[in-house]
Design a protein around this ligand. Structure first.
Ligand code: ADP
Ligand code: MG
Length: 385
């Protein structure tokens, strides 16, 4: 029996609730940047430019040339659960945008100073707004909080300053600004590869030479070559897998150029998985490429996700191909029907679940295996003649 008196239960105040929730979405500068990049892509941008100071802790700025934000929407932009992307629960099963929870900008405004400069095509000039704790605030003391006319091109500039200024424990848990910058570059690199039609730039403030630059309208192998170097590109193989007859149902306005190469053995009984149509595109290294650690880029329905199960399966493909201790580079883009993909598992959407994961993984891995084996035999053949 406890002799401790129960303490009264009290309602947390709104600001505290929001700050706790924000910490679940914004773990570090790179997680803020992921949300910001996704917003730019959702806005149809073809150019995304990122500027970083102090690993993103002092400044994280992202400029896009997307559709912009209507001036009338600026007052509620940084409120929690305000979004232009989702209006009913059933929308969730056909969501085509990265965002839908309307939490990212709100979260940032609770753990940093957030400002937004935006211009739609219809606007004669840009508008600038500053936010704190979900609300519009004056940019400078003595000013009013409402959006101010500003110079600016079509599109949006989002500026995050002094990230975690009000959550000192989070701030002290982050090791160094160089580590944070490395994580930022990792996020930018992965999105730049998957969105190879969009031009990306990422640099430190005041620097003339960006760490990442990609041109618009590149192919995925071109982007891989640019960002991971020529050696990798020379050793790159490609397969497209999936029930080809039904691929168009997966993604009606398909922008992926799926090669109809001879490795694709067409629709077969095992393609008729419960989950219906699916397809995968894989760019992966051959036996000549030997890295210390596996570099596995996984996108499911365009979302950058992690799956230790799929990673292990892909690594197993290389067991008989690479010497012990050597690892491959694998870019895998999988499309499943949106109704079979649950993205609402976690606020960061990092974790996703989809139907028939095992069957689909197996099909992808055996296609990779076949291509690797075929290349190995043709190489032996070439050296023999
Ligand atoms: P979500 O993306 O889930 O809707 P966010 O908090 O990330 O939530 O963004 C809230 C809203 O702000 C979006 O729905 C969108 O209308 C607008 N928005 C955010 N960033 C941009 C951007 N870069 N360009 C245009 N609109 C944007
Ligand atoms: Mg968003």
């Amino acid at each position: 029996e406890s002799n401790v008196e129960p303490r009264p239960i009290k309602r947390l105040n709104e600001t505290l609730i929001n700050r706790i929730a924000a910490g679940e979405i914004i773990h570090r500068p790179a997680s803020a940047l992921k949300e910001l990049i996704e917003n730019c892509l959702d806005a149809g941008s073809t150019s995304i430019k990122i500027t970083v100071k102090d690993g993103g802790l002092k400044l994280l700025q992202i400029q896009d040339n997307g559709h912009g934000i209507r001036k009338a929407d600026l007052p509620i932009l940084a409120e929690r659960f305000t979004t232009s992307k989702l209006s009913s629960f059933s929308d969730l099963s056909r969501i085509a945008t990265y965002g839908f929870r309307g939490e990212a900008l709100a979260s940032m405004s609770h753990v940093a100073k957030l400002s937004v400069t935006t211009k739609t095509k219809k606007d004669g000039h840009a508008w600038k707004a500053t936010y704190s704790d979900g609300m519009l605030v004056p940019a400078k003391p003595g000013q009013t909080a409402d959006p101010k006319p500003s110079a600016g091109n079509d599109g949006t500039i989002i500026t995050i300053e002094d990230l975690f200024y009000n959550t000192p424990t989070r701030l002290s848990a982050l090791r160094s600004s160089s580590e944070e910058y490395a994580r930022i570059l990792d996020v930018v690199t992965k999105y730049a590869i998957h969105n190879s039609k969009v031009s990306f730039q990422c640099k430190k403030a005041g620097s003339a030479s960006p760490e990442v630059t990609t041109p618009p309208n590149a192919t995925i192998p071109q982007a891989i070559k640019l960002l991971y170097g020529h050696t990798i590109a020379n050793d790159l193989l490609h397969v497209a897998v999936g029930p080809s007859a039904t691929t168009s149902e997966v993604e009606p306005d398909d922008s992926m150029d799926v090669d109809e190469d001879e490795d694709d053995d067409g629709p077969s009984a095992e393609d008729n998985v419960k989950s219906g149509p699916w397809k995968a595109e894989v760019h992966f290294t051959n036996a000549n490429y030997q890295a210390k650690k596996t570099n596995f880029l996984l996108f499911i329905n365009h979302r950058l996700v992690e799956s230790s199960r799929m990673k292990r399966a892909v690594e197993a493909v290389y067991v008989s191909i690479l010497p012990k201790g050597a690892s491959p580079f694998v870019y895998l883009s999988l499309h499943v029907h949106p109704k079979n993909l649950d993205v609402n598992v976690h606020p960061t959407k990092r974790e996703v679940h989809f139907l028939d994961e095992d069957t689909i993984t197996e099909r992808i891995c055996s296609a990779m295996q076949a291509t690797l084996a075929k290349q190995a035999t043709s190489r032996t053949f070439e050296t023999q003649t």
